[in-house]
Design a protein around this ligand. Structure first.
Ligand SMILES: O=C1N[C@](c2ccsc2)(c2cccc(Nc3ccc(F)cc3)n2)CC(O)=C1Sc1ccccc1Cl
Length: 332
């Protein structure tokens, strides 16, 4: 009381505004880049960090708390005990075993599935109405695993999928055309990573479809350019890893953009990993793949019927079958 003469009732108004709580699981480079962006963009009233390493966790919490003078007021807490995540509006899962150099992806996958068995059930228990946003790799498989282990309806389980791939694709196209990346609509869909599918017909700059106005011979030129830009999307992921050892800023901003669309009910369309069964002839079983999906406060509100060429549809089906094969080996 020494500081202020309280105004009666002001400190606890009758209609409390919606308290937004976000939990980030995994305090590694990706998790902390996401946490930092959430704070900067004033996305949450409360930010929770969970990790297996208590010292690393406390260090990151203190270091972020010390930035309070420069950030919108956000309560920041951290604990190894999942109870601190109770009542989260959104749980962002970046926890993942590091890929051991030379380790097969299948072996990494088994280690991450084992990890998810200890991560997902407590999150679902403490926040039964939350939305799960999976970032850990391999993201399409682990989003399916999170859906299975949580028992949530599929609209409340989404993976970051090819949102990062598409962000890099938009940057490269914008750079090539010397326009603002926010004016470039371009979708990469399907399996995140090496086997993603770039949707040429979806690319438009300032509302002008890139492929439409080109006459015959130029389409070949543009197609080659777009193919090479898609290849650079993949090569640049490897280049960043070889240069700095990990990725953080692009994934951090791209995941915070998904969190914004969900928590602020933006109904924006993002290429994210959703239950793709029944779309585009993907009907070999339950599989998560990236498709342009509308995100809002209820999670995945819908999937757009974007036009696919026969080749694009076939590549999407091939991705689905590859993922289904890997899922069948998990015995989930
Ligand atoms: O920018 C990245 N960096 C990672 C990374 C970050 C830390 S260590 C490796 C990356 C970079 C390159 C390859 C690769 N492959 C991989 C595949 C399955 C896994 F389970 C784990 C890693 N992963 C993780 C990842 O998914 C990305 S995006 C990405 C990757 C490959 C192709 C195209 C894109 Cl847009």
């Amino acid at each position: 009381q020494a500081f202020f003469k309280p105004i009666s009732g002001a400190a606890s108004p009758s209609s409390i505004k919606r308290h937004t709580k976000i939990s980030v699981i995994g305090a590694g480079n990706v998790g902390m880049a996401i946490a930092q962006t959430i704070l900067t963009q004033d996305l949450a009233d409360e930010l929770v960090l969970v990790d297996a390493k208590p010292e690393k966790l406390r260090g990151e919490m203190l270091d972020l708390q010390h930035a309070a003078a420069f950030l919108p007021r956000t309560k920041i807490i951290a604990d190894v005990d999942y109870a601190v995540t109770h009542g989260s509006d959104l749980c962002i899962v970046t926890a993942g075993a590091r890929q051991i150099p030379g380790e097969s992806r299948l072996n990494l996958l088994h280690r991450n599935v084992a990890l998810f068995r200890n991560v997902i059930p407590p999150l679902a228990k403490y926040s039964p109405d939350t939305i799960l946003l999976i970032v850990s790799n391999p993201v399409d498989i682990l989003t399916y695993v999170a859906w299975k282990l949580s028992g949530f309806p599929s609209n409340r389980v989404v993976g970051s999928g090819t949102n990062l791939d598409s962000s890099r694709f938009r940057f490269l196209i914008a750079d090539h055309l010397d326009v603002n990346a926010q004016d470039v609509q371009a979708y990469i869909v399907g399996e995140h990573g090496d086997s993603s599918v770039a949707l040429w017909s979806s690319i438009s700059v300032g509302g002008v479809p890139v492929l439409s106005f080109l006459d015959k011979q130029e389409i070949a030129y543009e197609k080659e350019t777009l193919e090479s830009i898609h290849k650079v999307v993949i090569d640049s992921a490897y280049e960043v890893i070889s240069l700095k050892g990990y990725t953080s800023w692009a994934i951090g901003y791209s995941v915070a953009a998904l969190a914004w669309s969900i928590l602020r009910d933006q109904r924006k369309i993002h290429p994210v990993s959703v239950l793709a069964k029944g779309f585009y002839g993907v009907d070999g079983g339950d599989v998560f793949l990236s498709l342009p999906a509308q995100l809002g406060r209820g999670g995945v509100l819908g999937v757009t019927n974007v036009h696919l060429t026969d080749e694009e549809t076939q590549r999407l089906r091939d991705s689905a079958n590859t993922i289904l094969e890997q899922l069948s080996q998990l015995g989930l």
